[in-house]
Design a protein around this ligand. Structure first.
Ligand code: MG
Length: 173
């Protein structure tokens, strides 16, 4: 496995899928800090990370900004179009792309990508096509688990740990 780009769906993968609305229609979502940290680590390991969401949400944009995700595609009902844009931008083959999704709309990009994964609480049809089904739920550690699985599968985990065990001051930046 040689993955250089990881593409994630947002709702139900990076969040638990619930959307909280206040009286003014402002949306709130819950993201997991450990998921954020592993994305930071992956970016430091030169793995590209992109998000594709079917819905538009300002919260998603804000969280992406915090995590320094440059490739955020929202309002994408045809996820394959965004996937193709990402593939061409980074000049990679589909087999170098990993895709993480949780609902039916994610099945085409999952099938096309070299590696696919989903949270434990993804819909059944998604679980059937996924190469790896996390034991964790969306928004509650699934992204952390899937990235760790990927980095370990590619033999990169030791060098991740090394940075922390050697008290590399940059590791926690
Ligand atoms: Mg979703």
């Amino acid at each position: 496995m040689n993955i250089s780009v990881v593409v994630l769906d947002v709702d139900g993968v990076l969040t638990d899928g619930r959307i909280v609305l206040d009286d003014n229609g402002v949306e709130y979502k819950f993201f997991d800090v450990k998921d954020g940290h592993i994305i930071h680590i992956a970016l430091n390991m030169d793995i590209k990370v992109a998000w594709i969401s079917g819905r538009y949400s300002k919260v998603t944009q804000e969280r992406a900004k915090q995590l320094k995700i440059n490739d955020v595609f929202q309002n994408q009902h045809k996820k394959l179009d965004a996937l193709l844009t990402i593939k061409e931008k980074y000049g990679v083959d589909y087999k170098e792309i990993a895709y993480i999704g949780d609902d039916l709309i994610d099945i085409p990009p999952m099938i096309l990508s070299g590696f696919s994964a989903c949270p434990a609480d993804a819909v059944e049809d998604v679980k059937k096509v996924a190469d790896y089904v996390s034991k964790e739920n969306g928004g509650r550690g699934a992204v952390r688990d899937i990235f760790e699985y990927l980095l370990k599968s590619m033999g990169m985990w030791d060098s991740v740990l090394e940075k922390y065990l050697l008290f590399d001051i940059n590791a926690n930046l």
